[in-house]
Write a protein that binds this ligand. Structure first.
Ligand code: ATP
Ligand code: MG
Ligand code: MG
Ligand code: MG
Length: 582
């Protein structure tokens, strides 16, 4: 049955919502696709739900096509499996924790490695059962430090997560490649520009991991790419643009300054204004630490890069270095520091862990614990230069002290020495060779061909399904509203009936029926007493790719078919609308 504007559960808005920072957020709210419930928590209204379902359909088709089997886990999970893998504490503030009436701890699942591992352990026991890929499309919960941009970074969001199970590394390589290929097809069909970048590996055991980043300025991920050989990597990956002693020693001497005084956020700001004055305006507390690197000098002379990161990135930092940040300490610091500096974007800068975005633009606060007897050294840094390649285990120890670091000074590609470019993207998908980490922690073993127990080798693969809706909207809009690709559009055709004449409305319904008979879905603007101007504006805002206007022309047997994207219009005989649109 066609949707009708006269009865559709929808109110479009003329004004931008006050909290919307990015176009997709603004337009999805204004066009009545989503409504905010609380920070990072959104209701999907009928039109939005249709788009979400379309994304799900594409993802489901491509997962099924590689033989992955769909199942569905609960979101409400017991604590114990997450304790076994250490993630109950590692996740810190990022998970929602709940207790049942008996006081037993639960969590709302942020991702499901533990549950999938246990399910396979429950049902399978032999190499003959493998390989296996299973997936779900399910609601996840993460208490994100900075929910942002509507459904782009939600605290409740829909993810497709799949997991592969193999007897050995060679099997994992195959499963990984199958998923990677499926992701290429998914993201091609979703129709946005994306790059595949090397993602964080390092301390996770050197296993392979790649991200699919939709190229977008509003993205929160920064990546480098080589235009010559195609190398691309998230700056979170191996090359960490963070100061190291070697990087410091490599800086031009004139740019390296020891701070004389006890460091506080204020003395750092003074120091920056004295030695690294900016052209546009002075540095202030809370500024992005851009183009300047900061090194701690401990009372014993030991040098250490300042950690720069977000509370939400703690897990990443810990993994990279091998668990050393005390969550309780960081939390206590966060609370105190942010209480004292209201209005600053959350982030911390302190000793002990290497941050990832020191030169790419995180706002920070200085950890007050740094102050005692510690000096710092600062140096100028240019984006894309002094790129430091630090490898856990080789270049620094578990307590975060740096032994030696191989430094690639310059802005060159590690493969072909061509210049690297920096750009931003939205993480849309993530494929990850987990290896045996979860299988070991939860004791998932199968009997191999020789009757010997072997630990299962796993991969995990995520797609941001609800994020994709925002991401597609981000890449497909103009100043008038959204412009959906046909495969994602809430309906195929938007019929606008204008004027007061009854035959117009009758004809609109008949065209709708004919289109539906051809398998197309239709929205009819059948509102009476609403001006054509308002109807046209709504149709542009809602963004269905094909708009059919039934109005005055009907008397001479024609309607207008409009292409939302190009704006092109043409007159078509009533009897030929179906052919013109299909
Ligand atoms: P991000 O770096 O953006 O925080 P992530 O690396 O934490 O994402 P993964 O754990 O890799 O995310 O989850 C798989 C996918 O789920 C991501 O690639 C992303 O598309 C999506 N996703 C993750 N967090 C969110 C969120 N808060 N809101 C919407 N989608 C998300
Ligand atoms: Mg995250
Ligand atoms: Mg990420
Ligand atoms: Mg990820």
């Amino acid at each position: 049955m066609a949707l009708h504007m006269s009865s559709l559960f929808l109110r479009t808005l003329r004004e931008d919502p006050a909290d919307a920072e990015v176009p997709s957020h603004r337009l999805l709210v204004r066009a009545g696709y989503v409504r905010r419930v609380s920070p990072g928590v959104y209701t999907w209204l009928p039109l939005g739900l249709r788009v979400l379902r379309n994304v799900e359909r594409i993802v489901r088709e491509e997962m099924d096509a590689i033989g992955a089997q769909e199942l569905l886990f609960p979101a409400l999970l017991p604590k114990e499996p997450f304790e076994a893998t250490g993630r109950w504490t590692e996740y810190g503030d990022n998970i929602f924790r709940v207790q049942d009436r008996k006081g037993a701890d639960h969590l709302l699942g942020p991702t499901h490695e533990e549950m999938f591992t246990l399910a396979v352990k429950d049902l399978f026991s032999s190499y003959k059962d493998l390989p296996l890929s299973i997936y779900q499309i399910q609601t996840k919960f993460r208490d994100e430090a900075r929910p942002r941009a509507g459904v782009l970074r939600g605290r409740e969001f829909v993810m497709k997560d799949s997991y592969s199970f193999d007897v050995d590394e060679a099997g994992l390589d195959k499963s990984y490649q199958l998923h990677r290929d499926a992701y290429v097809r998914i993201f091609d069909r979703l129709g946005f520009h994306y790059v595949i970048v090397e993602a964080m590996a390092g301390a996770m055991g050197g296993s392979k991991s790649e991200e699919f980043l939709a190229t977008a300025e509003v993205g929160e991920d920064t990546y480098v790419r080589c235009t010559s050989c195609g190398y691309a990597a998230n700056v979170e990956a191996v090359r960490v643009p963070t100061p190291s002693p070697v990087a410091f020693d490599g800086l031009p001497a004139a740019h390296v300054e020891d701070t004389p005084a006890t460091p506080t956020i204020e003395t750092l700001v003074d120091h920056l204004n004295t030695h690294f004055p900016r052209e546009d305006r002075p540095w202030v507390a809370g500024d992005t630490l851009k183009n300047v690197v900061v090194m701690l000098v401990h009372p014993d002379g030991r040098r250490e890069p300042l950690a720069i990161g977000l509370p939400g990135d703690r897990e990443v930092d810990e993994k990279r270095l091998g668990a050393q940040v005390e969550p309780a300490e960081v939390e206590a610091f966060d609370e105190k520091a942010f209480a004292e500096h209201p209005g600053l974007v959350k982030g911390y800068i302190g000793p002990g862990a290497l941050g990832t975005e020191g030169t790419t633009g995180i706002r920070y606060l200085l950890d007050p614990r740094v102050a005692e007897g510690t000096r710092w050294v600062t140096g100028a840094n240019e984006p894309g230069r002094h790129v430091v390649d630090l490898v856990a285990g080789r270049d620094f120890t578990a307590d975060g002290t740096i032994e030696a670091a191989e430094v690639r000074v310059g802005d060159q590609c590690p493969n072909c020495e061509h210049p690297l470019e920096t750009a931003r993207g939205i993480e849309m998908g993530h494929v990850f060779q987990l290896g045996t980490k979860y299988a070991e922690a939860l004791d998932l073993k199968v009997l191999d061909q020789n009757g010997k127990l072997v630990t299962v080798v796993m991969g995990s693969y995520g797609v941001g399904v609800s994020r994709a809706v925002a991401c597609v909207a981000e890449g497909n809009h103009d100043e008038l509203g959204l412009i959906w690709p046909r495969e994602l559009s809430p309906v195929d055709v938007h019929i606008v009936a204008t004027g007061k004449d009854e035959p117009v409305f009758v004809a609109a319904e008949e065209i709708a029926r004919n289109l539906e008979a051809q398998g197309l879905s239709v929205l009819v603007d059948d509102r009476k007493g609403v001006s054509p101007g308002v109807k046209f504006k709504d149709s542009e805002l809602i963004g269905v790719p094909t708009i059919v206007v039934v109005g005055r022309g009907l008397a001479s047997g024609v309607v207008e078919v409009k292409d939302r994207r190009s704006g092109a219009r043409r007159e078509v005989a009533v009897g030929e609308v179906v052919d013109a649109v299909v």
